[in-house]
Design a protein around this ligand. Sequence first.
Ligand code: TYM
Length: 323
Amino acid sequence: MNRILTGVQSTGTPHIGNILGAILPAIELSNDSNTESFFFIADMHSLTQIKDDTTIRENTYSVAATWLACGLDVDKVIFYRQSDIPQVCELSWYLSCFFQYNRLKLAHSFKDKSDRLEDVNAGLFTYPILMASDILLYSANYVPVGKDQVQHIQITRDIASKFNTLLGETFTIPKVKLNTSTMIIPGVDGEKMSKSRGNTIDIFTDDTSLKKQIMNIKTNSTPFEESKDPDTCNVFKIYSSIANEEDILAMRNNYLNGNYGYGSSKKELLDLILIKFKDIREKYNYYINDKVLLDELLYKGSEKAKVIANSKLAMVRSKLGFK
Ligand code: TYM
């Protein structure tokens, strides 16, 4: 039996990068009968960026509604809120004593965020350790994520190996699970799509705002009649991560043949998103309007997760000589 685990921070409504890069691939894996799945809302991680209780709570609901709208089946998946199982913080402290400060300084995601964000707090720096704790507490074998999280999984593997070497076999060494066609979805400015960059496409917004986001995708100024390079175009890249092969090929040919403008490819992308995510958008609206149900589902999930967390933590404490 494989165990997969992944989380999404509650820093905002999940964007199309989160959905295509992690949420949908993870749900697909969870449908395999030989897989046990743990999907959670990383609300404690979101505290590195958000300090307002109402915002964190509302974002948590919107991440939960997204998972459910995308097809998460609570009978197959242990679905929980990270902060409901504070055991993860205790483990995080232990793990932090098994990883070199100097190596943490090299984490890409910290460097990237600390260059852009005003609030560069200690939590942002030790973020990968809490993430290692999320994974190791539940003995996950595979972690489906987008490419930006790969280094964090490597850090997790290194911490687990060091602990195992020094104190005996304790942690499962997890492997990253990447979906090559969706592992980096570009944002409207061509950089990686990310909430903290403000370059997202939000499928849960109204049609007018969605259209505006798509029309804002940055393109070059090649004239309408001329042939265009699909492989360097953000519209084409996003379209390719959603469309089927035949439609991707048709758009590629349109680019290469010329007499086809970016306005047309943006329109095709918008139409595709409206069709492809119609159901998910409707279900999202259903779930986000039933917070009692969301709380109930997350509570039930956390009760199951807690049993596993407590048992792992007891084992770790015993290895460390803490009874
Ligand atoms: P977060 O909330 O930033 O993103 C959630 C998931 O979405 C993926 N993702 C993307 N994939 C493709 N293209 C993009 N533009 C894009 N943007 C985001 C991310 O790679 C991620 O898989 N640290 C994590 C949350 C976390 C976690 C964990 C994940 C906390 N503990 C344990 C796995 C296991 C994060 O910030 O994800």
